[in-house]
Ligand binder design. Structure first.
Ligand SMILES: [Zn+2]
Length: 345
């Protein structure tokens, strides 16, 4: 497998097959009002040392989710080549222009996480997705894609996963998710369309480990610490980084809670424009019918606020963090506690 595809407009300035530490970039065509024959740069690093698994790490799939971007940038700074057995490929900030603009989407309006599998003759987001699909995923045994709630939501800082059908892959993904050692984990479904990066990697049979590391437009120091400790422990767990694998038990922590978000009723949206007020915090257990949030109506102050209630029994996993709300915006997400052995039965 070469890192160059003859029919792709994306090129890589480093040789991903070569041993050693390399930092370079992916280049794809950029056409703007300031440059016609120009390129967009997406930094990439590769640490390869001896025989072992390949892990692909990405941050900034969504531009305003900085927790994983910083952990990946720190990894490029601090990773010692002699501690690597195999290969670690890092794309710290996939969506460079969106990261710079503090937006979820690319300036073109594209959602990179709905761009897969991509195509070489598509728009730039699909060109880049196609390069990941046909060059980077086939190299990898494990794919780690780090997300958070971005500006729009605060998600319990956690690692999360799709419950894939193939038993060996499901077990590997469950164990990889647990190796993040977060207090919470979440089982998600695609409620908003297809074309996700993790789904493409899963369909290629990879162990895919993803996160929702908080959000809300600010990164508290403990979340940075969790992003870093989780990422490095997962690398040890996958066998590509030297050092003892830590567990919740070895850290003196109680077992993590896994929240099952596979029932679509868990994803609650706002029905009208208004101002959003959360009434409880993520991590709190609610019964069906209990109030979770209110929507206020500034243009009709005589009208009572609408109370948004829990549709099911569960734990609040995620809540809207931007008060200004349009009809159809996400309000909150619940999940129901599930034991790990129930996922392997
Ligand atoms: Zn995201």
């Amino acid at each position: 497998m070469s890192a160059t595809l003859v029919d792709s407009p994306v090129t890589c300035t480093i040789d991903l097959m070569a041993p050693g530490r390399q930092v370079g970039r992916l280049q794809l065509p950029k056409i703007t009002n300031t440059g016609g024959w120009a390129s967009s740069f997406v930094p990439i690093a590769c640490f390869a040392n001896g025989d072992g698994p390949t892990v692909l790490i990405s941050g900034g799939n969504h531009g305003d989710e900085y927790e994983g971007q910083i952990a990946a940038l720190r990894l490029i700074q601090e990773l010692e080549l002699e501690d690597v057995t195999g290969r670690i490929v890092v794309i710290p900030v996939i969506s460079m222009d969106a990261s710079k603009a503090n937006t979820r989407m690319w300036p073109s309006g594209a959602n990179f996480n709905r761009s897969f599998p991509g195509r070489p003759d598509g728009p730039p987001n699909e060109q880049l997705a196609d390069y990941l699909t046909r060059v980077l995923f086939p190299l990898a045994d494990t794919v780690i894609d780090m997300h958070s709630g971005g500006r729009t939501a605060w998600f319990l800082p956690c690692s999360h996963m799709h419950v894939v059908d193939e038993p060996t892959q499901r077990k590997g993904m469950l164990e990889g998710m647990q190796a993040w050692n977060s207090d919470w984990h979440f089982l998600y479904i695609d409620v908003n369309g297809t074309g996700l990066l993790p789904v493409e990697a899963e369909e290629q049979g990879k162990i895919v480990i993803t996160t929702e590391l908080g959000g809300g437009g600010r990164v508290p120091a403990p979340v940075h610490q969790l992003a870093w400790s989780g990422l490095t422990n997962v690398l040890r767990h996958q066998g590509v980084l030297a050092g003892e694998v830590q567990t919740r038990a070895s850290l003196g922590l109680p077992e993590a809670a896994i929240l099952d978000g596979r029932d679509p009723a868990n994803y609650v949206i706002c029905e009208e424009d208004g101002i959003f007020e959360g009434l409880i915090e993520p991590g709190v257990t609610v019964a069906a019918g209990e109030p979770v949030a209110r929507l206020w109506f500034p243009t009709t102050p005589e009208r009572e606020p609408t109370v948004l209630r829990a549709p099911l029994d569960g734990v609040l996993a995620c809540i809207r963090s931007i008060p200004a709300t349009e009809a159809g915006d996400g309000a909150f997400t619940l999940g129901q506690p599930i034991r790990p052995d129930q996922l392997l039965a």
